[in-house]
Design a protein around this ligand. Structure first.
Ligand SMILES: Nc1ncnc2c1ncn2[C@@H]1O[C@H](COP(=O)(O)OP(=O)(O)OP(=O)(O)O)[C@@H](O)[C@H]1O
Ligand SMILES: [Mg+2]
Length: 352
């Protein structure tokens, strides 16, 4: 069992939620849907260098596959060396900062996220099969793909909830496979993750829910400053009046807003959203999409947002990447993709 590092209880809870969701039956159900036949790559709107977009990406003998697997000579070991041992305990000893600083910019204009040739398999099931993706500063990238295509696994790799088998994964210009635990934790603190089922703590008020990450990571911050930040974030999401409410009194949309406020309170530079509007009615989904967009502009956040909600994609995406069977097979703006003649791409836009 791999060691996971959690940066706040929200992540830990969410990860446990994910573990439940991806429990044995869930995996089995979705695995049966995963086609073992080699996937045929769709026409690429943006063709990779020297690659025939229609070539059969998965063809090859077992021997080929073996040598290919060996050739992905593990820069990413099965276990990151710095992740071994009691990382949680070490992370807790990390000195916390006094104040919420302006986001630390990486100091260059390079991409905030850079993924190259990322592979991840669960036993013989190859889920990510060479993902390449870059996110520029301030850019909102939406990931579209059918269920089971590897979208969630991709962003779990970015926050260390899954560890890739091979490939390069840089955040803020740093290759995360080379970082020591302190730098890794620092990187993670600059990366917010809003899980689909990110639940609020039921037994805590809204104020307590928002103060939780501050208590964890900003231990020396004065109480007044914490309260000021909590109120600023609640005003941002239009719920200042709910500060003393218990989560059970909130609607689904309100709880999502509070979840977003709780994630943003640490001022992440990059946000990862996994289906932020799922389970909400159309009107509420639109409000959440607008809020995400407003917050990203206000705090200059870059993001990767996974969604099945095409209205959300249309509203929030600077660029859409389309994932199929563990690879990014097409990308473009909403308007560009909407006009595609490719049947598979069209199927996403048909019911909009
Ligand atoms: N921890 C795990 N162990 C084994 N298989 C896993 C694990 N996590 C994910 N998978 C498998 O990897 C594949 C991709 O899963 P992932 O959750 O990334 O899909 P997705 O594209 O996010 O789908 P959805 O749109 O339904 O959320 C699935 O077949 C899933 O069963
Ligand atoms: Mg998913």
């Amino acid at each position: 069992m791999k060691q996971k590092i959690f940066y706040n209880a929200q992540e830990q809870d969410a990860a446990e939620g994910v573990a439940e969701q991806d429990g044995v039956s869930g995996v089995a159900t979705r695995d049966t849907g995963a086609d073992s036949a080699p996937p045929k790559r769709e026409s690429l709107l943006e063709k990779k260098d020297g690659q025939d977009p229609n070539e059969d990406a998965g063809s090859g003998t077992n021997a080929d596959a073996d040598s290919e697997a060996n050739a992905r000579a593990k820069k990413f070991g099965k276990e990151h060396p710095e992740m071994a041992g009691d990382m949680k305990a070490q992370a807790d000893e990390r000195p916390s900062e006094d104040k919420i600083d302006e986001p630390k910019l990486s100091g260059d204009d390079g991409p905030v996220v850079s993924i190259k040739g990322l592979y991840k398999a669960f036993k013989e099931h190859e889920v990510l099969r060479g993902v390449d993706l870059e996110v520029k500063r301030g850019e909102n990238v939406v990931v579209l793909g059918k269920s089971g295509s590897g979208k969630s696994v991709l962003i779990k790799c970015l926050v260390g909830l899954e560890w890739p088998d091979a490939g390069e994964l840089k955040i803020f210009g740093k290759d995360i496979s080379t970082l020591n635990y302190r730098d890794l934790n620092d990187t993670r603190l600059r990366t917010g993750f809003l899980f689909q089922n990110a639940a609020l703590y039921d037994s805590m008020t809204v104020r307590e829910n928002l103060s939780f990450p501050l208590r964890q990571h900003k231990k020396k911050m004065p109480y007044e400053k914490k309260n000021e930040l909590i109120m600023e974030m609640l005003e941002n999401v239009g719920l200042a009046d709910a500060v003393d409410q218990m989560p059970s009194k909130l609607s689904g949309g309100q709880a999502k807003r509070i979840g977003l406020a709780r994630t943003l309170i640490l001022r992440p530079e990059v946000m990862l959203y996994d289906e932020p509007t799922t389970g909400l009615d159309t009107g509420t989904s639109k409000e959440i999409s607008e809020l995400i967009l407003r917050m990203q502009k206000k705090y200059n956040i870059s993001s990767i947002l996974i969604t099945h909600d095409m209205a959300c994609a249309k509203m929030t995406a600077d660029r859409i990447v389309m994932m199929k069977e563990g690879q990014i097979v097409a990308q473009g703006t909403y308007e560009e993709l909407e006009k595609s003649d490719d049947e598979w791409i069209k199927s996403f836009f048909d019911h909009v």
